[in-house]
Every structure is written in structure tokens, then in C-alpha cells.
Ligand binder design. Structure first.
Ligand code: SAH
Ligand code: SF4
Length: 387
């Protein structure tokens, strides 16, 4: 996407903003729907080919607007069907997007920021520091690129993406407006038409923004918990010092109450050997989670260089899961996919030009590998398999 263009990038307009755009140039609202379809369903970026737009309008659009797409620098397909794209962002950083096919589902894991400012102790994105928020065009551009990879431009695309999870790089609630606009596009029938149950925002617990989110949209919610008490969570997820567990749980319940249907939250729990995977943690977690209608998703830690953590043995993971199940919880274990193309959780290679200097502090060798995002976090929503 060009840094310098003064033209409006139509890829970046939410359905409401697309209507405003057409009204502002003296056109009728229905043009917005037509344009959304051309862009997001047909993958058309050449105004001349938009035959239902009229010649004069096409010329006007070419004059004042453009459809500027992300620059894909690399694409790979794994043996198990997982796909990965590396996209270069203006400014030099790059991000990755991963598609995971699974029976009837196809889940896309999307990033919201380049890096992350929140510095969770076990997260390689956090260790890379923070560069900047992604724009709407850069967020929805990830969905566009993935969706279009399944068809030729100009053809109506097939619905291969059924679920989107905002679980790539970054804390989506700290890039609120752009993430909300992008999710509106994901759910709009003229764009990607995804069910609100199948678009999931994952947050580490930015409590005030969770309330704001519930006021404007009704996507599914995943909460990155990782610890069943404040002392441990303060260590693993530092934002817990600002918004401790009791507040996070209350905010999660407020969010669920605002949803028009009965939906559970997904509680993400990354398991690290000897850190948060002891039976005493399982007991505490089982108790705590009785306060929230939820499904618990256990994520065995994916190691990265100098992380200081280890992945627990399968036996420890199963023991933990079995206890939670015995207490009446619904529990899934996230499986590793796409590891032959480095697309599994914690294997993704982005490239963050860190503005916080955290990556330098973290260590020189980590900086050499300051290239990971922890993205392929699937098990999006309510239809996840229980194991
Ligand atoms: N910032 C948001 C969304 C991105 S992180 C959040 O924290 O929820 C998406 C998920 O990946 C989080 O649940 C996070 O805890 C998990 N994750 C991060 N690093 C990981 C690692 N090394 N191994 C396994 N999961 C990891
Ligand atoms: Fe940021 Fe999420 Fe990683 Fe924490 S786990 S550092 S909030 S991306």
C-alpha cells in the first residue's frame, strides 16, 4: 500500500464509511454495496471493470480513489493445507497471516498491530516491542489476500474462510477503531459475510475497551487468562496489575450479557511447564471459571529462543484438562498446525521495527529472532471440538 497517495483507499472503508463516501461525492447509497462486492467478493481493483458503475462514475472514482492492496512478499502452503502469507507494510515491518483448514471450517488468524506494547512474559510478539497500529486496509487486507488466494480475480470467490480470529500480532482492543471497522467488513454480507459467532476478538484484558466493544459490536470474545490468581497473572500478563482478575471476569460477563444470543467466552490458557500447569492451578482455575459461561482452551506453550519457558508434557496437559472436565467445564486443547512451513503458534516470522527498544533490552539473540508472532490460535468459537 502506498505511503504517499492522497487518494481514498476504498479497501479501508467500513460499510458505513463506504456509504458516507458515495454520499459525499453525490452518489446514491447503493453504490457502496456494489463497491464492497467488487472489492471483497470479486477481488476487483480496476474501476474500468466495474461495469455496473457507469462510465462517468468510473472516471470520477479513478480520479479521487484507489484500491491499494497489501504487498505480499511470500506465500507458503503446508502439507496439512495450512497457508501462510508474509505481507510487507509501509515503513519496512512485515506481518504474517495464517489460514488453517479443518474439516468444514477454515480459520484465518489476523494481526491488529505490528508488535505489541503489553509485554506478556511468554509471548514472542510482546518481546519484539511495539511499532504501530495496523490501518483498516492492512487488517482487512489480510482477509482479502487470503480470500482471493482461492480464486481468480473477477470471479466470485468461494467461501473458504469461515472463521476469523484476531489472534495474530498485537492487542486488538488497543487499536479499537480500526479493528471494529475491519470486523464490520468481515461480517457484512456485501463483503465477507461471516457470522458474528465466527469472528472472535482475543484480548489480554483491556477492561474499559471490553465495555466499549460490547456497545458497538457483537463478535465472539476470547480472553487470554493464563493464570488463575492475581499474583501469577501479574507476572505473566502485566496488564493484570491495572485490571486484575475480578475486574476482568466482571467485564467478560458484562460483554456476554450484551450479546443478543447465548454465547460463551473462550478462556485461553497457555500452559508453561512448572509455571501455571500444576494441579493447584487446575483447582483454582476450575473454581474461578464457575463465575463465567465459558469454554476453556488450553494452549501448550510454543517455545521460541530465550523464552525461558518449556512446553509441558502431554501427560501434564491431559491431567490438567481431565480435572477441569471433572469439574463440569468444557475444555479443548489447541493443536499445532502448519509446523512444516513455520506457521504454528509461536513460529510465525514477522519483522517488527521496534520503537520501544524492548527487543534490544530483551537480548541480542532474541532480537536476531525478533521475528515471531504467536498467531495460529484457532479454536475460534462455539463449535470447537471438545477433547
Ligand atoms: N493480544 C491478544 C491477541 C494476540 S495473542 C491476546 O493476548 O489475547 C493470541 C494468543 O496467543 C494469546 O492467548 C496468547 O497468550 C497466545 N500465545 C502467545 N505466545 C504464545 C506461545 N509462545 N505459545 C502459545 N501461545 C502463545
Ligand atoms: Fe500482546 Fe497478546 Fe502477546 Fe500479550 S499475549 S504481548 S497482549 S500479543
Amino acid at each position: 500500500m502506498s505511503d504517499v497517495s492522497t487518494k481514498t483507499n476504498l479497501l479501508s472503508l467500513s460499510p458505513a464509511k463506504m456509504e458516507e463516501f458515495f454520499l459525499s461525492i453525490g452518489e446514491k447509497k447503493f453504490r457502496a454495496q456494489q463497491m464492497l462486492k467488487w472489492i471483497h467478493q470479486y477481488g476487483e481493483s480496476d474501476f474500468e471493470k466495474m461495469t455496473n458503475m457507469g462510465k462517468a462514475l468510473r472516471a470520477k472514482l479513478a480520479d479521487i480513489s484507489e484500491i491499494a492492496l497489501p504487498e505480499v512478499v511470500y506465500e507458503d502452503i503446508s502439507k496439512d493445507g495450512t497457508r501462510k502469507w508474509v505481507m510487507r507494510m509501509p515503513g519496512g515491518s512485515s506481518i504474517e497471516t495464517v489460514y488453517i483448514p479443518e474439516n468444514e471450517r477454515g480459520t484465518l488468524c489476523v494481526s491488529s498491530q505490528i508488535g505489541c506494547a503489553l509485554d506478556c512474559s511468554f509471548c514472542s510478539t510482546g518481546k519484539q516491542g511495539f511499532n504501530r497500529d495496523l490501518s483498516v486496509a492492512e487488517i482487512i487486507g489480510q482477509v482479502y489476500v487470503a480470500a482471493m488466494s482461492f480464486h481468480e480475480p473477477g470471479e466470485r470467490r468461494e467461501r473458504r474462510i469461515t472463521n476469523v480470529v484476531m489472534m495474530g500480532m498485537g492487542e486488538p482492543l488497543l487499536n479499537f477503531d480500526n479493528v471494529v471497522d475491519s470486523m464490520q467488513l468481515m461480517m457484512d454480507d456485501n463483503a465477507y459475510g461471516l457470522s458474528k459467532r465466527r469472528v472472535t476478538l482475543s484480548t489480554s484484558g483491556v477492561v474499559p475497551m471490553m465495555d466499549k466493544l460490547g456497545d458497538v459490536i457483537d463478535v465472539s470474545l476470547a480472553v487470554s487468562l493464563h493464570a488463575p490468581n492475581d499474583a501469577l497473572r501479574n507476572e505473566l500478563v502485566p496488564i493484570n496489575k491495572k485490571y486484575p482478575l475480578a475486574e476482568l471476569i466482571a467485564a467478560t460477563n458484562r460483554y456476554l450479557k450484551k450479546l443478543p444470543d447465548k454465547r460463551k467466552a473462550t478462556i485461553e490458557y497457555t500452559m508453561m511447564d512448572g509455571v501455571n500447569d500444576e494441579m493447584e492451578h487446575a483447582h483454582e482455575l476450575a473454581e474461578l471459571m464457575k463465575q463465567v459461561p465459558c469454554k476453556i482452551n488450553l494452549i501448550p506453550f510454543n517455545p521460541f529462543p530465550n523464552s525461558g519457558y518449556r512446553r509441558p508434557s502431554n501427560n501434564r496437559v491431559y491431567r490438567f484438562r481431565d480435572y477441569l472436565i471433572s469439574q463440569g467445564h468444557v475444555v479443548t486443547i489447541r493443536s499445532t498446525r502448519g509446523d512444516d512451513i513455520d506457521a504454528a503458534c509461536g513460529q510465525l516470522v514477522g519483522n517488527v521495527e521496534d520503537r520501544t527498544r524492548r527487543s534490544q533490552k530483551y537480548s541480542e539473540s532474541a532480537k536476531a529472532n525478533a521475528t515471531r508472532i504467536d498467531a495460529v490460535q484457532i479454536d475460534n468459537e462455539q463449535d470447537g471440538r471438545s477433547v
